[in-house]
Design a protein around this ligand. Structure first.
Ligand code: HEC
Length: 110
């Protein structure tokens, strides 16, 4: 049944193509990584604490984020939490960069 095979192949290619459109593991170059680290400590740190142990905003330590999903954390970072002081950062950060910050927080910021 070459037709079915062809269909499956086209579907697979389409799927891979789609996946490639949302590469949340995009490379962040060293310069941007430095800027993001600076942003995290200076700006996020002003509310979440310089070591992310909490302040006006909650702790963002690896333990505190253990049970949270990447997708929810990215959404909060990009869009903020309405009705709270947590602002959205999508004017400054891409989705990849928000994910990069989530990964950094999961590693721990000292
Ligand atoms: C003006 C203060 C303020 C700044 C600046 C700020 N936050 Fe927040 N953030 C908050 C508050 C307050 C909350 C809790 C919102 C709520 O009540 O759900 C929060 C919540 C969060 C959460 C969700 C935590 C959880 O357990 O639900 C994440 C993740 C987060 N902030 C990341 C960041 C990052 C990353 C930055 C910098 C790019 C940042 N925040 C900057 C005040 C701030």
């Amino acid at each position: 049944m070459p037709d079915t095979l062809g269909k499956a192949f086209r579907l697979a290619v389409m799927f891979l193509g789609l996946a490639a459109c949302f590469p949340l593991t995009a490379e962040i170059d060293e310069e941007r990584a430095g800027e993001l680290r600076h942003l995290l400590i200076q700006e996020c740190g002003s509310c979440h604490g310089l070591t992310m142990r909490g302040g006006l905003g909650p702790a963002l330590t690896p333990e505190a984020l253990e049970d949270r999903h990447d997708i929810g954390l990215r959404a909060i970072i990009l869009h903020g939490v309405p009705g709270t002081p947590m602002p959205g950062w999508n004017w400054k950060l891409s989705e990849e960069e928000a994910q990069w910050l989530v990964d950094l927080l999961r590693e721990g910021v000292e």
